[in-house]
Design a protein around this ligand. Structure first.
Ligand code: ADP
Ligand code: DP6
Ligand code: CO
Length: 363
């Protein structure tokens, strides 16, 4: 660790990771520590210009402990998840040399050095837009960058999974499947890319921010309660999702919007039914969310075929997916007409200026 003992140097790395929105939801763990799910899930990774986490990690011999700030406020790193990711990345750290600054860190020295981490999300945090997916993927990716970790996306994805389940999918762009796996050690619980960013680039995704407030029940504790108390969750995981995943893969492969939309809406609704089936029940959607569902359902029914799909994660905010620009424009007009931003809590729309699937992936 040349220079480490001598000077007060700081070495930094910055990374950006997009969020992803599940169209077949992950909800329930069979192993809490390793984060192994009770069913497969499928998601779309979003354009990082619109929804992403940006994280800077700094290392210096002058830091007496590991610390982290999220959106400018210090948060605790003591939770098992952050610690698992830090441990797994540190284990894989390699020699790092910065000739300009005269810094050389040997791989065996990383265990003695502490990090300071600052992360910002360019979208609401803990509001059901998968901030934990972007955040933990970015945490792992950026630490790996700083520590010169050579592991491939597959390995980084498995480490990110141990930070937040949904984060394992954010390592890849496009459409991604997280296979639940069968092994108890998690070795086959991995994310795979089903199709890349360019595969279905007519799709347009509109995020309607109903509320950017932090939710009352985190995804982690919500799904724990559902596993313990919801009979519907067992039925969903064992009987419904396996078949739905096959159909969804087929719909994505063949760019069949009708099938994609029906499966997406049905899965969102079943996930929220599981939340209601939980004791005590969990209410992630609110009246505005329900009104958005009605608006889309009425439109789709009047046309006889889906014009747009909706999905809601663990929060009230709507993710609306249109097959093309034309339908996205009509949808936006309808949203603005029925939910004029000034007189209700549907506060803002975040709209891709181009197909949201392009530019996805890590930067
Ligand atoms: P969401 O629906 O937004 O994913 P969760 O309840 O799953 O909500 O997770 C929210 C938690 O994820 C936050 O309380 C925080 O611990 C973590 N998180 C969110 N963004 C980041 C980030 N950029 N970096 C690190 N951790 C983050
Ligand atoms: C509704 O990945 O946030 O967004 O693994 O406990 O961190 P932890 O949970 P998290 O759960 C995501 C739930 C969901 C659906 C999904 O993304 O598949
Ligand atoms: Co989350």
């Amino acid at each position: 660790m040349a220079a480490a003992e001598e000077g007060q140097w700081v070495l930094m790395a910055t990374g950006r990771s997009p969020t992803n929105i599940a169209v077949i939801k992950y909800w329930g763990k069979r192993d809490e520590a390793l984060i192994l799910p009770v069913n497969d899930s499928i998601s779309v990774t979003l354009d990082p210009d619109h929804l992403s986490a940006t994280t800077t990690v700094a290392v210096s011999p002058s830091f007496p402990s590991d610390r982290m700030w999220l959106n400018g406020k210090e948060i605790s790193l003591s939770g098992g998840r952050f610690q698992s990711c830090l441990r797994e990345i540190r284990k894989r750290a390699q020699d790092v040399e910065d000739e300009k600054k005269g810094i050389r860190i040997k791989k065996e020295d990383w265990g003695k050095l502490h990090v300071h981490i600052a992360s910002y999300n360019n979208f609401p945090t803990a509001a059901g837009l998968a901030s934990s997916a972007a955040g933990l993927a970015c945490f792992v990716f950026t630490l790996g960058k700083l520590m010169n970790v050579k592991e491939d996306h597959g390995e980084l994805s498995s480490i990110a999974r141990q930070g937040s389940g949904s984060a394992c999918r954010s390592i890849y762009g496009g459409f991604v499947k997280w296979c639940m796996g069968k092994n108890n050690d998690g070795s086959d619980s991995i994310a795979v890319q089903l199709a890349d960013e360019a595969h279905w680039n007519d799709l347009v995704i509109i995020i309607a921010v109903v509320s950017s407030k932090q939710k009352e029940t985190s995804s982690t504790s919500g799904m724990r309660d559902s596993v313990e108390t919801s009979p519907l969750l067992q039925y969903r995981a064992q009987t419904v999702v396996p078949e739905r995943v096959l159909k969804m893969e087929e719909a994505i492969k063949s760019r069949n919007f009708e099938s994609f939309a029906r499966l997406t809406c049905a899965d969102s609704n079943q996930f929220h039914a599981v939340c209601l089936d939980t004791s005590p029940p969990i209410f992630y959607m609110n009246d505005t969310s329900h009104r958005i569902i009605s608006l889309v359902e009425k439109w789709n029914q009047s046309e006889g075929t889906p014009r747009v799909a909706y999905t809601f994660d663990a929060g009230p905010n709507a993710v609306l997916i249109a097959p093309n620009r034309k339908n996205a424009t009509i949808l936006l007009q309808k949203l603005l007409y029925y939910f004029p931003p000034q007189d209700n809590d549907l506060s803002s729309y975040m709209v891709g200026d181009k197909s949201i699937l392009s530019d996805a992936g890590l930067k």
